[in-house]
Design a protein around this ligand. Structure first.
Ligand code: GAP
Length: 658
């Protein structure tokens, strides 16, 4: 309690601290942190000696460290990570001492809560399985083509998050205060990368086509739009809470199964697992362990098919499903619908009549402007309207870094086609192919891209939908969707507004509501997929013999945040630095460039490789005599000597392809 009060006090006074105050506060913080950890530790060990660990006590074990870490302090993440370290060592210690299984479980729960909190803050993936379970799961999934820590094919999420933070691609939003989870800030390199992706998409799908035009509609619009589109009533996800840990889950992302003895009237155990590629194996292992611990003897029926929490047959069954956080049966609240739209109010007076929403997708702005754009740009069906912009969803479980966040950017096209029978199919296929080939051209790895053709579960008005999925470090997940939506959207907005949104086809001399094909992709998700495709670590010859590791972001040159780095060989010779600067200034007019003078050339190359800079140019002593420079290729590491006057044409060919 006292600790809680102190924490609130310290956060309120954060801005007023000077340097000395800051250091003192830091020391107090560390001391406090240590005391908390010791208390937890002592608490666990004390209870171990007493041989009992009741539920409320377990909550206490988990709570102080967690609460401490969720307060408004700039040490938030660091303390959370430190707490995880300590909680991990407590678990190891208890296990090594063959402690009572309830005590071990309580310590694991505490660890789990902390890891979940870290995941929500900075995207660090949560994997709370024991080593044995991890091994079993990895054995069981060995036949699947999904990433594993061992295969080295897919980078680890930790490495990507680490690189993004270290190099200034992405930071948790409002990090110096207490960040909300699901919001991120893009640093200098992330901003460049995002701009490059956005521009490439716009160039490809808008500027290089005659049949697609752009739009930039407002983020806040009449709430009538969201009532007509169905978002007010239906844009929700089912959520459940763990009563003990207070962690919140999307009910359709928590899966459960039952392992039942074969004999008539046999007993059964229930397990729950978080949605993951290897959840079948995880559930099987967990169920077998639980049955063994309960003393149930086989034979057992096969593990029941995994279902999500919205599919529990009856309340008795639901009450047996354990919370994924605590393992306690009956620990979850019943699923309830949660609308994902962020509300705000417009105008000086707050109240029902001024309620508005931040748009949860950019698409509706396109539908409501259909007639405006068609008329003013004199577009003829088939044609498309494209929009790039922010969308906001109050996701119940923002997860996996920028993959599922609460504020993100979408790049969407609504492509309007004739309503004639059989017309939409051709366009639908074409958009799927065009999207796929563009994703490959900007650098996504083909072995990581898949198509998931939806056969069931489509909205009643949808004619077809295919997700293009990508093998992210945490599993294969939706990257973009291409959907054939019939004329549903124009119909609801024509009805909702009372305006005519039909199209007059002059060639056919008839009016109709066009059908629509919608390719929609998240910019942030695509950025994560590009980083995943590009990141690798390789062994390269070291200057002093042997090999060393080199981290490379092999981004497509057009995507790379910095296109060229210019280095003077040494930084204490004015002739060299002047010549290098002159070249840098010339190139900067066209490309985003970096001028780097610090450290040995080898170190400068490594820094450039790590952020994906495709070309490094070194100005050396020969350059002073013959106006030549060395151009080094990031991927092959080959260096070629060329005249300074040839550099612009060389880069233009390599980067822009012309
Ligand atoms: N207008 C159609 C639409 O919004 P969606 O499948 O909900 O469809 C389209 O979203 C794309 O937007 C997704 O394929 C994904 O790339 C991206 N997206 C959706 N929710 C997201 C989130 N919470 N965080 C990041 N990207 C998201």
């Amino acid at each position: 309690m006292c600790q809680w009060a102190f924490i609130q006090y310290s956060s309120q006074n954060l801005h007023h601290r000077g340097t000395c105050g800051g250091v003192a506060m830091h020391l107090v913080w560390d001391l406090l942190f240590l005391i908390t950890v010791m208390l937890n530790y002592a608490c666990i060990l004390g209870l171990r000696a007493s041989g009992r660990l009741s539920l409320p006590v377990r909550r206490f074990v988990a709570a102080p460290v967690t609460r401490m870490c969720s307060t408004d302090t700039h040490e938030n993440l660091a303390h959370l990570k430190a707490s995880i370290e300590v909680a991990g060592s407590v678990v190891r210690e208890l296990k090594a001492a063959a402690a009572d299984k309830d005590e071990v479980k309580a310590a694991v729960d505490a660890l789990l809560v902390l890891k979940a909190e870290l995941s929500a803050l900075d995207g660090t993936p949560v994997d709370v399985r024991s080593k044995t379970n991890k091994k079993k799961a990895s054995k069981a999934s060995a036949t699947a083509s999904e990433p594993s820590e061992e295969d080295g094919v897919c980078p680890r999420m930790e490495d990507l998050v680490n690189l993004c933070k270290r190099k200034g691609f992405i930071f948790p939003s409002s990090e110096i205060y207490s960040p909300f989870s699901g919001f991120f800030d893009y640093g200098p390199l992330g901003t460049e990368l995002k701009n490059n992706i956005r521009q490439a998409w716009w160039r490809e799908f808008v500027q290089s086509r005659e049949d697609v035009v752009g739009l930039d509609s407002s983020i806040i619009s009449s709430p009538a739009i969201w009532r007509a589109s169905g978002h007010v009533d239906g844009f929700s996800d089912p959520m459940v809470d763990c009563k003990e840990s207070k962690l919140r889950y999307r009910a359709d992302q928590v899966f459960w199964a039952k392992l039942e003895q074969q004999k008539e009237g046999g007993s059964a155990v229930y397990v729950s697992v978080m949605e993951a590629d290897d959840m079948q194996a995880t559930a099987q292992a967990a169920a077998e362990k639980k049955a063994k611990e309960a003393g149930f003897i086989g034979p057992f029926k096969p593990l029941s098919a995994l279902k999500d929490l919205t599919e529990a047959a009856d309340t008795d069954e639901y009450a047996r499903i354990p919370s994924p956080a605590t393992g306690q049966e009956g620990g979850l609240t019943a699923p309830r619908e949660f609308n994902l739209m962020f509300q705000t109010s417009v105008g000086a007076v707050e109240g029902g009549s001024s309620v508005a929403y931040l748009r949860p997708e950019t698409a509706q702005g396109i539908f409501t402007n259909f007639a405006n754009v068609q008329r003013t740009a004199r577009m003829k069906v088939p044609f498309g309207i494209a929009q790039v912009g922010k969308a906001f969803r109050n996701e119940i479980t923002p997860r996996n870094y920028i993959f599922r966040s609460r504020e993100f950017e979408q790049m969407e096209i609504e492509y309007f086609v004739s309503d004639k029978e059989g017309e939409w199919e051709e366009h639908y296929k074409r958009w799927l192919e065009d999207s796929w080939s563009w994703l490959l051209r900007i650098g996504l790895r083909e072995d990581m891209l898949f198509r998931d053709v939806k056969s069931g579960g489509l909205a009643h008005y949808a004619k077809a939908c295919t997700d293009i999925t990508f093998r992210f470090p945490f599993g294969t997940q939706e990257l973009m969707g291409v959907a054939a939506r019939g004329n549903y959207d124009l119909t609801v907005h024509a009805n909702g507004s009372g305006e005519k949104l039909d199209y007059f086809d002059q060639a056919e001399e008839r009016r109709y509501l066009p059908h629509v094909i919608e390719p929609s992709i998240g910019l942030d998700r695509l950025l994560l997929a590009l980083l995943t495709s590009a990141y690798h670590v390789e062994d390269v010859p070291a200057a002093k013999g042997g090999t060393e590791k080199r981290t490379v972001l092999a981004l497509h040159p057009q995507m790379a945040p910095v296109k060229v780095a210019v280095f003077p060989l040494v930084n204490n010779k004015a002739e060299l630095t002047d010549k290098a600067r002159a070249l840098f200034s010339t190139l900067q007019k066209r490309y985003s460039c970096e001028f780097d003078t610090s450290g040995a050339i080898g170190r400068r190359y490594r820094r450039a490789d790590e952020i994906g800079t495709p070309y490094c140019i070194t100005v050396d002593f020969c350059s002073l005599d013959d106006d030549t420079v060395t151009v080094r290729d990031r991927d092959s590491m080959e260096q070629v000597r060329m005249a300074i006057s040839d550099v612009p044409a060389f880069l233009s060919k390599k980067i822009d392809g012309v």
